[in-house]
Design a protein around this ligand. Sequence first.
Ligand code: HEM
Length: 184
Amino acid sequence: MKGIVFSEFIEMVESKFSPEVADEIIGKASAKLATGGAYTSVGVYDHLELVELVTELSVLSGLPVDELVATFGKHLAGRFAELYPAFFEEVNGTLDFLESVDNHIHKEVIKLYPDAELPQFTSERIGNRLVMEYQSVRPFAALAKGLIEGSALYYGETLQVEEEDLSSGRGNHMRFTISQQLSR
Ligand code: HEM
């Protein structure tokens, strides 16, 4: 997993919790981390290191792992909007944006970073509803959920997101049904 994901995660912990909490979870997890918790944005690290860090944050904060990962996804969507604004600006709203992730955005990502490890999405659009199926060898369905919610925040839209777990709790195969609430 790309170093940018790790550095953004640690920045989120520093700002949403505190720098001390960030140090503490790195300290607690470091025995299990090959890197000892030192990441650079250009490096590539085992995604299980992120799982370790989130698990320690969950122990410390008492919040469920999935909730923390989804919160991180929301944060990451905001950061992607700052770092890669063109992807957000070239479409008109959340559903169009989400449809472009698999067939456009992640394709550009893999051209720029051939070592990126990306999930697959299939999507089907029926009017104001998008059925998006996430599949990966990594267990980051909750990250996808947060990224979906964070994208809606960017466009200022209210969406209803239903989840159907197709992975028996493994977190690597999830069907999201995303419906747009039309403003009256
Ligand atoms: C401008 C928008 C986006 C950019 C630039 C982007 C880029 C990336 C990058 C660089 C990674 C890390 C790859 C690695 O660590 O090797 C990643 C992973 C991921 N992306 Fe995106 N992404 C964007 C939007 C989205 C959205 C909206 C979703 C969800 C609908 C999404 C779902 C994911 C997930 C779940 C992963 C984790 C890897 C996995 O589950 O296997 N991305 N993306």
